[in-house]
Design a protein around this ligand. Structure first.
Ligand code: ATP
Ligand code: MG
Length: 406
């Protein structure tokens, strides 16, 4: 039924060259997200992106595009060709158009009773009928064709449940009735590269998604502590990275060997400071990896006050060793809001699978919630920090994850 998808993006705050960069990045992300489904013709016109495809592929493509950051909304649409000249649009053409409109309406509107409205945009002024007239005539045709004893369908010009849109542009009429929401935000890769500290929990995948949505491209690091953590825990992180990759393209997942570091901390540092020092070690490894990958920031799933280590003192102690800005997209969010976002993004069900966290195993009963920098420095004195990091990275496993374009 459909032969194209009309894709809308936000332009607020974009000017001049920025717009073109934004659009070409978005187009290339769209191609990437749909690449395994086919090589589709894409044009950028009228402040939107048109993607042309065979009708049997349209729904699959829609499913992909609703997850592509930068897209605000999209509509599968049908193109009606008028013929030689728009001005020649005649009675016969109009009959054909009416039947197309009714066909599309019937296919998409299934639940009655309901209300609708037809709205025409006549960008091509050579088209012989005016918008109000078209709205009226097409609306009347739909009402005539949908029959029922209790008049299951009526027009509501203020708050219709279905808005049937008709756009007339350069010899073509576009018909659409559906609008699917995209994630909004900026196209992935339009804001540079960052390293996501990705655990198997609920928070960090959401933080990663928010980063992607602001245009970051991500690689990820997962600190693994075998044999204290299982293969299943790692699989879970891989599955989470796959979901993120659906939105953000290829993600390199780096899995340093964290066991030795944790054992050393446990052996050589004050018990109440192990969590703080462990987090600093994560950040330090993050520094190294980010530098290796030319990334300019670290991203974590921390939220202020959520757990003992996420106090201002805890964040300060991490930031003290960070060589890059640490982005914390969830910092002011409540757990419930993070959970709803995780559900929407599709990571929640994976995140709640049971697994041993590398860190909970080593967590003391009463970790310091207000770690003092002096005490931390003292607690780190016996650690051969650089050597430990070298070894964790030497034994690092790297997995390239590329969902959506296999
Ligand atoms: P999450 O739900 O993301 O696991 P959390 O609420 O469990 O977060 P913490 O355990 O304090 O909080 O971790 C804070 C952040 O540190 C995480 O959001 C994540 O970015 C990072 N982090 C924690 N553990 C790991 C790990 N094993 N590998 C990679 N990053 C980690
Ligand atoms: Mg966690």
């Amino acid at each position: 039924m459909y032969d194209l998808i009309i894709i809308r993006y936000g332009e607020i705050g974009l000017k001049g060259d920025n717009i073109n960069d934004f659009i070409s990045q978005l187009v290339s992300n769209i191609k990437r997200a749909t690449g395994d489904l086919g090589d589709f013709e894409i044009s950028t016109i009228y402040g939107r992106i048109f993607l042309y495809a065979e009708s049997n592929k349209i729904e699959k493509i829609v499913d992909r595009l609703i997850n592509v950051p930068g897209i605000i909304s999209l509509s599968p649409a049908q193109r009606f060709r008028i013929g030689k000249k728009v001005a020649d649009f005649n009675e016969q053409d109009f009959e054909k158009l009416k039947s197309k409109v009714v066909q599309l309406f019937k296919a998409e509107v299934r639940n009655y009773p309901t209300t609708f409205k037809v709205e025409t945009t006549r960008a091509d002024k050579s088209f012989p009928m005016e918008s109000p007239e078209l709205n009226r005539e097409l609306g009347a045709e739909i009402l005539r064709e949908i029959e029922g004893p209790d008049s299951p369908l009526s027009v509501d010009v203020h708050q219709p449940e279905h808005l049937f849109e008709v756009e007339i542009r350069r010899g073509k009429i576009y018909l659409f009735i559906r609008r699917e929401a995209g994630p909004g935000g900026l196209p992935v890769k339009s804001s540079g590269k960052a390293l996501l500290l990705l655990s198997g929990g609920i928070d960090s995948p959401v933080a990663g998604w928010l980063g992607l949505k602001r245009g970051l491209s991500l690689s990820a690091v997962y600190f693994n502590s075998p044999p204290y953590t299982s293969e299943r825990a790692k699989e879970k992180v891989i599955d989470l990275a796959k979901v993120l990759s659906r939105y953000g393209g290829e993600i390199k997942l780096q899995i340093p060997y964290f066991t030795e570091i944790q054992q050393e901390i446990l052996k050589k540092s004050p018990r109440r400071y192990t969590v703080t020092i462990m987090r600093r070690m994560m950040i330090r490894i993050g520094n190294r990896l980010a530098a290796m990958n030319n990334e300019l920031a670290l991203v974590t799933g921390e939220s202020l006050g959520q757990v003992a280590s996420q106090t201002l003192e805890g964040l300060r102690s991490s930031d003290e060793v960070a060589e890059f800005p640490v982005l914390r997209p969830l910092i002011t969010m409540d757990k419930n809001d993070i959970i709803s976002l995780a559900k929407r993004v599709g990571t929640y069900e994976i995140s709640i699978r049971p697994h041993e966290d590398c860190c909970t195993i080593f967590v003391p009963d009463n970790p310091a919630t207000q770690p003092k920098l002096d005490t931390i420095h003292f607690g780190e004195e016996d650690l051969e920090i650089e050597k430990l990091i070298d070894r964790a990275i030497e034994k690092m496993e790297v997995i390239t994850i590329n969902e959506g374009a296999e």
